[in-house]
Write a protein that binds this ligand. Structure first.
Ligand code: ADP
Length: 169
């Protein structure tokens, strides 16, 4: 798999799958979640609501992933995953890695070849960027099905620099 690191807005990426750093409720939120729903339009929320009414009555567990339409985004699908909230007293790294791996498996199940990830858990959920970059890059190091390209789309030059440096280590 080819790993790309770019600075930018994930909602404008021309890829098969855009991964959303969602919350368990799947009903929208701030940060990248808010941006995806705003730009993607109401079809995404409508599908999330349907999922909550059917197979996910208790919401999406932390570390899991589920696909919906990408609505009006250039992407074909949004894969929603729920990152762990950072904890200084408990190691939740395995859950952050699981978000990445499960998102890739859901994307591969759709036949996707390209997947864009934001820096999951590093916003409202407070995960330190250096640690998140290391975990994310390690989690996407093994090939998964049809996936040829994984692109990390970092919001701001600080996140871009941290991911670029983590990759060159
Ligand atoms: P979480 O709740 O998982 O921490 P956030 O959405 O708060 O999710 O933040 C995750 C990361 O996404 C942060 O690094 C934030 O700067 C970044 N981000 C916010 N908006 C966008 C966007 N439009 N494109 C890419 N990344 C974004």
């Amino acid at each position: 798999m080819r790993i790309e690191i770019v600075e930018g807005d994930i909602t404008t990426q021309e890829v098969d799958v855009v991964v959303n750093a969602a919350n368990s409720a799947l009903l929208g939120g701030g940060g990248v979640d808010g941006a995806i729903h705003r730009r993607g339009g109401p079809e995404i929320l409508a599908e999330c609501s349907r999922l909550r009414a059917t197979e996910l009555p208790d919401g999406l567990p932390v570390g899991d992933a589920v696909a919906t339409t990408a609505g009006r985004l250039p992407a074909r699908w949004v894969v929603h995953t729920v990152g762990p909230v950072w904890s200084a007293s408990e190691d939740r790294s395995a859950l952050l890695a699981a978000c990445h791996r499960n998102s890739l498996h859901v994307a591969a199940g759709l036949g996707a070849e390209s997947v864009a990830f934001p820096a999951i858990s590093t916003g409202i959920y407070g995960w330190p960027l250096e640690s998140a970059a290391e975990i994310a890059l390690a989690a996407v190091s093994e090939p998964v099905g049809s996936i040829r390209t994984v692109r990390f789309v970092l919001f701001g030059d600080e996140a871009f620099r941290v991911f670029s440096e983590a990759r060159s280590r």
